[in-house]
Design a binder for this molecule. Structure first.
Ligand code: GLN
Ligand code: ZN
Length: 757
């Protein structure tokens, strides 16, 4: 039995990759030096896998930005607007597609399946594909000549590539398959001629819901490719879910199938048990979680391997991660500042490779040969399992009572609406903002100084109060109706709460790539989540003390905190969501008790958690909605609960949005180009709603009429009595002057609208 890997993080131990890219873009790093630096990182990445004893090492998974863009460039699929004339794609063109140039807007970027990674969407309209090079061949040669590694090139499968592309009509799909097949065939033939044995062909699309037409196309593709390039063996790799069409996939004429045995809900193993596994194929057994950061229960994994071996002989199994390790940080070895019990239970990419090598060794040489390492691994997991942080008695008592507790407000919306109307007496079309005001260099600088200890806590707090007070004055002068304090004390909407709640930890270097050179460092939810003290009350109450206008309390919702963190794996995501919800309920109640009468609980990431398979959407949405309601349901009728969401595409989850039962919701609209408004033609929505009247992602200041027409458009389908006026999202990334000018126009547009409606 061999160990294998499917992909290694590109970013380097200390994000040297990010620094190199940004250095090159800013002109600080010359092209030659840039190539040399990226090569050095690539070689280090290969070495890290080699040194850990991985038998099958992927090559070609490295990138200068994004692997889907790499494939588009390899096929010469560069949109017309970049003035590309065929042939090799130079760096300037490559980065123009990724990031935009003075002449042309960047290609769209979107989420890679259900992960937090974002790829560049290939545009096929008017494109004529032609091979511009063979980056897999280059990568294979480099690994061989530099390190003597017999690498396994990684190719994004033809069907996944096309399904993720845009710019063609559904009926043109078969034509596109015909156009790309010769290119794939040539790449594979060149690899075969070089002596490459195996190619990993990533087809994660096979883990989504497919129909018979899809399956027929997949069969056509792989029959053609094995015919075109008989000299090379294909490992057809799936991940992130089970494969629905197990029988059809295992019947394809490829030499190996890679399956995810971690995120498949047990369905892949059941399929093997029921149907068997073909005797002429290799099984890529994805047993180590490629997406979570925890050490595996290796005993458990050995049991799973034994079960697989009843159906597949060991010499036909490659034990591997469930997916590329792109989605986890590089190495936990550097996290010296963490509690040793927590650190001992962490496995980032490098530690996962060690686990894979260990599993392979256990099968090859017997469990005795690795007894000490196994015992240590088990001990590490158990130490965290026993840790008091995972056994907070108050949390567990609350969780036990949860079923008998309200997850609904005591009265229906119509009754609450009356109480709230009486309390607030707001004008028609009330104006407000989404929470944050500009995080100027001054604000960020102050936080730095405080974090470094250069400023005392008192000094920093005084500074924050000055900001709040200045912006209360600005909101007064602008004539807004519902105020916010501005979130000046917050770095990031999840990290801020994570740092104040029990059960969270923060790494020094746990970065993962989100898109391009942008990396994120998700908090780790490792223990029971508990509210211990008010987190936002002081700032909110201070802000409220400066004005008669209602001041919205501002919290991040349970699902957003969950979806933007690494989450413990000994509890279901649903349970962890409820723990966070209960903790937030503590804060909601504290705000209410302190006299704050409007509380906004943001859930921008609710859509991101949707499972890959449609049939699992409803159960997820049910518990996500329940978590939101747990955190907001205990307030009095006259306390108004707001929520906020961004990132368009809400039509599929509009019922869940209604089920949140928030008194007021604000939704980003500009980037959906009116699509969102049309949802409300078909759907009656009776609660308060603000559809963003201007895009906050651009420095442009829209004029009064432009916002006026956004308002008019919305009021063609929504009742003026329920409509709120607000920007699309928080204003933290905008400059001071832009913000004030835009909000002034927003208030003027509202005044005009009030005369009309
Ligand atoms: N209240 C947050 C802010 O204004 C909301 C951010 C978001 O939706 N992503 O910054
Ligand atoms: Zn938003």
């Amino acid at each position: 039995m061999l160990s294998g890997n499917l992909g290694y993080p590109r970013i380097g131990r200390n994000r040297e990759w990010k620094k190199a890219l940004e250095g090159f873009w800013s002109g600080k790093l010359e092209e030659q030096a840039f190539h040399a630096e990226l090569k050095a990182i690539r070689i280090r990445n290969l070495k890290a896998q080699q040194e850990r004893g991985i038998d099958v090492i992927p090559v070609g998974d490295f990138t200068y930005y994004d692997h889907i863009l790499d494939h588009a460039a390899m096929f010469g699929l560069i949109p017309e607007r970049f003035g590309y004339a065929g042939g090799e794609v130079d760096l300037a063109t490559y980065y123009a597609v990724a990031r935009g140039s003075r002449e042309a807007a960047a290609s769209e970027m979107t989420k890679w399946f259900n992960t937090n990674y974002h790829y560049i969407v290939p545009e096929l309209a008017n494109a004529r594909p032609a091979l511009t090079g063979n980056r897999l061949l280059d990568a294979y040669r480099e690994a061989k000549s530099e390190l003597g590694i017999e690498g396994r090139p990684v190719l994004v499968g033809l069907y996944t590539f096309l399904k993720l592309s845009k710019g063609y009509a559904p009926e043109e799909l078969d034509g596109w398959i015909d156009r790309l097949l010769p290119l794939y065939g040539q790449i594979l033939r060149e690899l075969a001629a070089e002596g490459v044995q195996w190619v990993q062909v990533d087809e994660p699309i096979l883990a989504t819901t497919l129909d018979d037409k899809d399956l027929a196309r997949v069969a056509r593709i792989y029959e053609a490719l094995t015919r075109e390039a008989p000299g090379v063996k294909l490992l057809l790799q799936t991940y992130f879910e089970s494969v629905d069409a197990y029988q059809a996939l295992t019947a394809l004429p490829v030499h190996g199938i890679g399956l995810d045995f971690v995120h498949d809900g047990g369905r892949n193993l059941s399929a093997i048990r029921e149907i068997g596994f073909p005797e002429d194929k290799v099984l890529g057994a994805g047993l180590i979680d490629g997406r979570a950061i925890w050490r595996a229960d290796l005993q458990d994994k050995l049991v799973a391997l034994t079960a697989l071996r009843e159906h597949v002989s060991a010499d036909r199994i490659i034990v591997q991660p469930s997916s590329s390790l792109l989605h986890v940080p590089v190495s936990a070895a550097q996290e010296e500042a963490l509690d040793p019990v927590l650190r001992g239970a962490l496995a980032f990419a490098d530690e996962k490779l060690e686990e894979l090598a260990l599993l392979a060794k256990a099968v090859r040489s017997g469990v005795e040969a690795v007894a000490a390492e196994l015992a240590a691994a088990v001990g590490n997991r158990q130490a965290l399992a026993r840790s008091p942080s995972r056994h907070r008695s108050l949390v567990q008592a609350q969780m036990a009572k949860l079923a008998s507790q309200p997850a609904a407000r005591s009265d229906v919306f119509q009754v609450r609406q009356e109480a709230q109307r009486r309390r607030w007496n707001l004008p028609l079309l009330p104006t407000t903002t989404i929470g944050s005001f500009p995080q100027t260099p001054e604000v960020r600088g102050a936080r730095q100084k405080w974090r470094k200890g250069e400023w005392s806590g008192e000094r920093y707090e005084a500074f924050i109060r000055e900001q709040i007070s200045a912006w209360v004055d600005i909101q007064t002068e602008l004539g807004l109706d519902v105020f916010v304090h501005g979130e000046f004390e917050r770095n990031d909407m999840v990290e801020f709460f994570g740092e104040k709640l029990e059960g969270f930890a923060f790494t020094a270097n746990g970065w993962v790539q989100s898109y391009g050179s942008r990396c994120v460092k998700p908090p780790i939810i490792y223990g029971d989540v508990e509210w211990s003290a008010p987190m936002t009350v002081a700032e909110t109450v201070y802000a409220q003390s400066l004005t008669e206008k209602p001041m919205k309390g501002m919290l991040t919702g349970p699902i957003t905190i969950l979806n933007w963190s690494f989450v413990r794996d000994d509890k279901t995501r649903e349970e962890v969501a409820y723990q966070i919800a209960l903790a937030l309920r503590g804060e909601v109640e504290a705000l209410e008790a302190a006299g704050i009468g409007m509380i906004q609980v943001d859930e921008p990431a609710i859509r991101e958690g949707l499972p890959l398979k449609r049939e699992q959407w409803q159960p997820y949405l049910d518990w996500a909605v329940r978590a939101f309601r747990i955190s907001t349901a205990t307030v009095r009728n006259e306390t108004q609960i707001h929520t906020h969401m961004c990132y368009s595409e809400f039509h599929e989850i509009i019922d869940a949005i209604g089920a949140l039962d928030a008194d007021v919701i604000s939704i980003e609209t500009s980037r959906s180009h009116g699509e969102l408004i049309s949802i409300f033609e078909a759907h009656t929505y009776d609660k308060g709603i603000g559809l963003g009247v201007y895009d906050i992602h651009s420095p442009r200041v829209p004029d009064v009429d432009e916002m006026g027409s956004m308002i008019d458009r919305a009021l063609r389908v929504l009742d003026p009595a329920q409509f709120w006026i607000n920007p699309d999202c928080g204003l933290k990334t905008r400059k001071y002057e832009e913000t004030i000018a835009s909000l002034r126009h927003m208030v003027q547009a509202t005044d005009k609208a009030r005369e009309k409606y």
